[in-house]
Design a protein around this ligand. Sequence first.
Ligand SMILES: [Ca+2]
Ligand SMILES: [Ca+2]
Length: 207
Amino acid sequence: MSFRTSAAVATAVGAAGLAFVPVATATPDGNQIVINEVYSNGAGLSGPYLNDFIELYNPSDDPIILDGMRVIVLGGVDDTNYGTVELEGELAAGDHHLLKLKNSAARPAEGAVELEEFDAEDADVRVPAHNASILLTFGESTLDLVGFGVTERFEGEAARAAALDESLARTDGVDTDDNAADFTSQEPTPQHSTGEAEDQDDTGELS
Ligand SMILES: [Ca+2]
Ligand SMILES: [Ca+2]
């Protein structure tokens, strides 16, 4: 007799590529770090920032230790690994953590700027512009997953890729485990840690 539970779970997120990627668990209580914004147009001709970036958010009421967490960037079409960022430190309740990624702009848009304030930097990691999946993991667990464009890895339904001068951002930090419902293309708002708990208003701006 064999038990296929694990295999079925792995298949649900597309088993190719990584050995095993558990299904991201819903965070209806808002008690875990979420991927809050993904800007993948650093190499584009029209984006306002030269660097790709990934912004994390702590929607909970308590500080959360980031040590041991990883952000993994995978290409959507073929699961190419675009890099992993190892997280460290602590993220206060209601605060953001900004990962500054690669500046791969060959012909940057006029007025595009380098990200000057951020929490961690990895100039070797970039996010594919149109089709990608971003995983937030801790050990063997996937805490959150965002897939956009053509990809086999997503929650619920993959989000549509952002417009060429915009980013994909989560609405109000809420994670319903449906990427298409939770993320929209909007003007980029790279937010870094302030070290203090803050509130987000309805527009995602700090208040
Ligand atoms: Ca999620
Ligand atoms: Ca933001």
